[in-house]
Design a protein around this ligand. Structure first.
Ligand SMILES: [Zn+2]
Length: 231
């Protein structure tokens, strides 16, 4: 079942080490099929060299395995919570990519300092709080999803306009309309975290991008008046 989606998800997972976002088996990508209400995710702890589409695990939106020989990613419950809450999301990626993880460990939002950021994220990428002990004990992975939702809602963020978040002391999650764009968003986030850190090091008082330039760059690529690229 969902053979096409398994291919896409397998490819997305293989793209993570290719883009330098993942070491060992850290990281996972998934994609949802809204018609059946099922999603496809990487198996837990399988090396990227050996991974093939048939290894992908099909689970329902409660994270229960529907098809697959292997155990799904240990972060499956986080993906499930996000798919359930946000019908717009088609794919999710989680990595411990170095530069984004540095910002997560610093506990800082990633400010919009350049147009690379503005082309993809319509505002600062938020850093969510640590989970408290009660949440860790209740169900770490599902509660991670709830803290992501809590952060986006508290700040009134549009989930598709800022398709990324950092988890304090942990690492980033990104998403998109499909798993391919979720991977792209991870790559952009990593690049932005790296350039921002260097820019701030070079000039501690380096300014954030003016709102007008943020609007221009984001809106020429996204939304009804977008004109970037080919029709
Ligand atoms: Zn993680």
């Amino acid at each position: 079942m969902l053979e096409q989606l398994k291919e896409e998800v397998c490819q997305a997972n293989l793209d993570l080490p290719k883009h330098g976002l993942v070491k060992f088996t850290w990281g996972n990508a998934s994609a949802v099929d809204r018609e059946s209400g099922l999603f496809v995710i990487k198996p837990s702890g399988v090396s990227y060299e050996k991974m093939k589409p048939s290894d992908m695990v099909v689970v329902d939106l409660d994270g229960k395995v529907v098809e697959g020989e292997m155990r799904p990613s240990s972060d499956t419950a986080t993906h499930a919570v996000l798919y359930k809450h946000y019908p717009q999301i088609g794919g999710i990626v989680h990595t411990h990519s170095t530069w984004a993880t540095i910002w997560a460990q610093a506990g800082l939002d990633v400010p919009v300092m350049g147009t690379t950021h503005a082309d993809t994220f319509y505002g600062s990428v938020p850093c969510a709080r640590f989970l408290n002990q009660e949440e860790v004990d209740r169900g770490y992975e599902a509660e991670t999803g709830h803290v992501i939702i809590e952060t986006l809602e508290k700040r009134g963020l549009d989930v598709m306009a800022i398709p990324a978040i950092l988890l304090q002391g942990h690492a980033p999650f990104t998403w998109g309309k499909d798993v391919k764009s979720a991977v792209e968003n991870s790559v952009v986030l990593e690049e932005v975290c790296k350039t921002n850190l260097y820019a701030r090091q070079l000039n501690h008082f380096a300014k954030e991008l003016p709102q007008g330039i943020l609007d221009k760059h984001y809106l020429r690529k996204h939304g009804k008046d977008a004109y970037y690229g080919q029709k």
